[in-house]
Design a binder for this molecule. Structure first.
Ligand SMILES: *[C@@H]1O[C@H](CO)[C@@H](O)[C@H](O)[C@H]1NC(C)=O
Ligand SMILES: *[C@@H]1O[C@H](CO)[C@@H](O)[C@H](O)[C@H]1NC(C)=O
Length: 222
């Protein structure tokens, strides 16, 4: 039904009629879920080269969920709960800082620029405070630091651990990307090579201008 309406709108546009009652954001957004860890090179490449630029271009059609945990593990040891990360303690800290930023800033428009800034910096963790100050100055570093070194931080990590462990199918590598809740090798490859094109193909509303004049094969076949 949605597709029929959309094709109708496209055909109206095609014959030069106005499309005044439609605009990007008129259908449910494309949901991108990213399971990642703060220091993995492929995660950083995806965030910096695909996710952040695509967000800047078409945020009105996106709903992004970031889960910084990835291949980390929570180990229940003699000294209590221990948190192990693939790229060392610094990565655990990076994941924790980002979990706290996401928790406190809530809105993707607020936290994604901070995380994009961190992931594109030479040293992710050392730049965190500056990135926060530059992109979300209303949130103090003290609030983040209280979260990281307090109970809230460990609770957030445990939530992210559970979300990661609950993936179906289970993740086999990071970054692990879901579009509208679905992971496949095709989706993963498409997202990592041309996320903008994937979002344009997936979005069921009238296409934002950045999608260009392309009429997608998937729409026609449907
Ligand atoms: C984005 O997805 C989350 C989780 O499914 C949902 O709670 C939220 O309402 C969505 N936001 C928008 C703007 O669609
Ligand atoms: C998120 O922030 C943007 C930009 O400030 C704003 O337009 C939007 O309404 C906010 N969304 C929510 C759910 O608060």
């Amino acid at each position: 039904m949605k597709l029929l309406v959309k094709l109708f709108i496209l055909s109206l546009c095609a014959v030069g009629k106005r499309c005044s009652n439609t605009q990007a954001g008129d259908w449910p957004p494309v949901h991108i879920s990213l399971f990642y860890e703060s220091l993995c090179p492929d995660c950083r490449a995806f965030v910096v080269q695909e996710l952040c630029p695509v967000w800047m271009k078409m945020k009105e059609v996106l709903n992004i969920t970031l889960i910084p945990f990835g291949n980390a593990e929570i180990i229940q040891g003699a000294q209590g709960v221990q948190y192990w990360c693939q790229h060392g303690e610094e990565e655990c800290l990076g994941n924790m800082i980002q979990s706290c930023m996401i928790h406190h800033l809530k809105n993707t428009s607020s936290y994604l620029p901070v995380i994009c800034c961190m992931e594109s910096a030479h040293t992710v963790v050392a730049t965190a405070q500056q990135c926060l100050q530059d992109h979300a100055p209303a949130l103090t570093w003290e609030t983040i630091s209280d979260c990281v070194y307090g109970e809230l931080g460990s609770r957030l990590v445990q939530v992210n651990a559970r979300l990661t462990a609950g993936l179906e199918p289970p993740h086999r590598y990071v970054p692990w990307i879901l579009i509208n809740g679905v992971h496949s090798e095709d989706i993963q490859h498409h997202a990592e090579t041309d996320l903008l094109d994937l979002v344009c193909q997936t979005y069921t509303g009238s296409l934002p201008a950045v999608c260009g004049q392309r009429i997608y094969v998937s729409e026609i076949q449907a």
